[in-house]
Design a protein around this ligand. Sequence first.
Ligand SMILES: Nc1ncnc2c1ncn2[C@@H]1O[C@H](COP(=O)(O)OP(=O)(O)OP(=O)(O)O)[C@@H](O)[C@H]1O
Ligand SMILES: [Mg+2]
Length: 498
Amino acid sequence: MSSFLSMKNISKSFNHVPVLKNVSINVEHGEIHALLGENGAGKSTLMNILGGVHQPDEGAIVLNGQTVEMTTPRTSQSYGISFIHQELNVISDLRVYENLFLGNELKNRFGFVKVEEMCDKTSDILAELGVDIHPKTYVRHLDTSYKQMLEIAKALLHNSRLIIMDEPTTALAEHEVHRLFALMKNLKQTGVSIIYISHKLKEIQEVCDTYTVLRDGHVVGSNRMKDENLDEITKLMVGKSVSEDRLTESHSFGPVALEVKHLTSEGFFKDINFTVRKGEIVGFTGLAGDGRTELFESLFGFRKKYNGQIKIFAQDVNINHPKQALKAGMGLVPKDRKENAIIKDLNVIQNMSLSSLAHFEKAGLIKGRAEREKFNFYEQKLNIKVPNPKTTIDKLSGGNQQKVVIAKWLEVNADIIIFDNPTQGIDVGARREIYQHIVALADKGKAVIILSSEASEIRKVCHTIHVMYQGEVTAQFAGEEATDDEIMSYATGSKRGR
Ligand SMILES: Nc1ncnc2c1ncn2[C@@H]1O[C@H](COP(=O)(O)OP(=O)(O)OP(=O)(O)O)[C@@H](O)[C@H]1O
Ligand SMILES: [Mg+2]
């Protein structure tokens, strides 16, 4: 019997650079199929071909035994395929329900849009996802994790037969991930197939039935999930095992670099107190809506209204603008790459040197060679895949864009560096490499702060971990003594105070 979906011998090049080489993949009814591989392996490109975004140079797509041409995204949708893209596609200036029904508005027989009906349907789907937002809220007011939930809701709305999820959980907290998984399992029961792309291997093992691994545009393995262990899959992906050990040793720290006392911003966070010393790596974790991003955006001067005291190297500071924060010696790697961290029209090297221009500048001239050398260093260290460093950054795969963003901040000469969700979309091999660089920053005497929803990850790298719940710090641990379960019980509010 033939598969529900077969992509057969697909090849694709961009500007004569081959990206997919003779790739075949089969997906059955009611199967959750993981598509795995390093950053730049070709996963999104393959899915863009299935989703009608790109045309293959060679090969065929067979759906239910019929060869089909996916000429546009609409064609793909008409075959019952929904696509949750890696880069969020929601429109900030529209309301939640308008985003969900964009291009498929419900209308009555006179052509008037049925706003209330669309709002009701939106509410139903959001309730299923456990998301509590009003359908008429403007999307620009929503946090990234909610935007990601909207992408998922959009796909669910179409009663699809196949849903492509390209890193749907990048911005989600663990309990949201679990809710998504429950939903995926329900969909599977009704015969819906899912192609699932993620760099979080534990998720893959939990929810996927089968997998295909791509490496440099080739299929290097495909099997049922339970037959393999994660280490073998990692080896297929990156060509070696990746250690799971803790990266940080406890050691003595320098003086306090940042001290925050009673910091409060009505509706976002309340009475926050902590210190970060030179050489220390401090983590903040929690669920979506825990206030950690808002806290550090305030500290960095993106939001003006807060009460409390901030001291940098024992000096009181008053920060109302990011420029003041930079001047005071702070750097912040924002969590939203597409909106805040990259400039699409600039090339890769320019994006990397953006905030550290002073390093490369001499008498007002940017030293092209120094820039280039620095780029080559990180290209090799972080395994950044770039067809050509002079191409605009949006031509890079998602994970490779993120590597450029991180490289940029590893070069910034700030005393206090805040990384918000630094390894979003980064493959397992490069993830460890990035954390090693972050640890090296601390070893050089920088004060480092990492915000992440992945408790297991920050445990490996932080000296101290603060857990937040609804705008308050509910627990503080030494990195080596925290367990994922314990962190989770404070992050969900089921345990409080320590
Ligand atoms: N429009 C494009 N023009 C030129 N090159 C492209 C384009 N889209 C993708 N590429 C290149 O194709 C390769 C594969 O990219 P793709 O986005 O498919 O990787 P991926 O496996 O999804 O990686 P990631 O895990 O980082 O998302 C990359 O080297 C990328 O630079
Ligand atoms: Mg991708």
